[in-house]
Design a protein around this ligand. Structure first.
Ligand code: C5P
Length: 295
């Protein structure tokens, strides 16, 4: 199941329920966590986590994959006749703005529905995904999509081509609610509903990274930079090393750099790694498909 980046993240003032209305363009990229689901005793829901940032992931009922399995079991009727033991192998950094946790939730829904042989369709799974979190429906869908509502209402976007990205991981994570709170402090309430810039949609239709790069936009970026000022240097370094566009991914702190092609991405990732300002650098491509069963 893939990580996501937001090519545009336009954020409106908070709604009465505290969530922010979004107009966003998600793209799923080739950085994957893996999840395995095995039968467990009825009523037993357990998870083990290994890999990138595993010690930061809760393994109790607050784990999004466990919550997904429990929600699926209780909604589709057999909570005391099914159980699951989940193993998650993480490559997506925790609290990185890449929807790693959401991706695990989406994968658990898909994996458990298959394991328990439930008669549940994609639309039903998407509805459960939205209950679990704003980014979970996109993690199921994948590709490139326009998101509205709190990010959970999706329409596939017309996007041509494959994009080469370089991701720079931060030393510390950022809490999504904390970034939204800082966003509220930095912005005065009011204004119209958020909209994805037409220029970005046109650029995506062209399939030209050189057109897409300058149109990347993230309203949460000033809040993320305020909470982690060093990210400013990371963004500047990527642009200096030839990125066509640079953006904090979602609520951060991962920074995403768009390269002209694979060769440029290799050069950019080598330069950023040598610079030593981020914890790790990874090359990925997008779009890729959403959570799916591989065997
Ligand atoms: O939906 P999810 O549980 O992933 O959201 C985590 C937190 O991010 C929310 O509790 C809220 O503070 C913030 N959020 C928001 N507006 C959104 C999505 C998330 O304020 N559209």
């Amino acid at each position: 199941m893939p990580a996501k980046i937001n090519l545009a993240l336009k954020v409106g003032p908070p709604r009465d329920d505290g969530y922010h209305p979004l107009a966003t363009v998600f793209q799923a990229v080739s950085l994957f966590d893996e999840i395995e689901a095995e039968w467990a005793e009825p009523g037993e829901f357990a998870v083990t986590v290994t890999g990138e940032g595993a010690d930061l992931v809760p393994v109790d009922d607050s784990n999004l994959a466990i919550r997904a399995a429990q929600l699926l079991a209780s909604t589709y009727g057999r909570p005391n006749s099914v159980g699951v033991s989940l193993s998650i192998k993480k490559s997506i950094p925790v609290a990185g703005g890449l929807a790693g946790g959401s991706s695990n939730g989406a994968a658990a829904l898909v994996a458990c529905a298959a394991l328990w042989d439930l008669d549940v369709g994609t639309d039903e799974l998407q509805a459960l995904a939205a209950e679990l979190g704003s980014d979970v429906p996109f993690a199921m869908l994948g590709g490139t999509a326009l998101g509205s509502g709190r990010g959970d209402v999706l329409v596939p976007a017309l996007a041509r081509g494959t994009y080469s990205w370089v991701l720079a991981f931060g030393h510390r994570g950022l809490s999504t609610p904390a970034v939204y709170r800082r966003f509220d402090q930095l912005n005065s309430p009011g204004g119209g509903p958020p909209e994805v810039p037409a220029a970005l949609m046109n650029a995506l239709r062209s399939g030209e990274p050189a057109q897409v790069g300058p149109e990347l936009v993230n309203d949460l970026q000033p809040a993320a930079l305020d909470l982690q000022p060093k990210l400013r240097q990371v963004i500047e370094a990527g642009l200096e090393y030839g990125a066509l566009g640079a953006i904090v991914s979602g609520s951060g702190p991962t920074c995403a750099f768009l390269a002209a092609n694979e060769t440029a991405a290799v050069d950019l990732s080598v330069a950023l790694s040598a610079d030593g300002i981020c914890r790790a650098v990874r090359r990925v491509t997008g779009p890729v498909t959403g959570a799916r069963i591989v065997g």
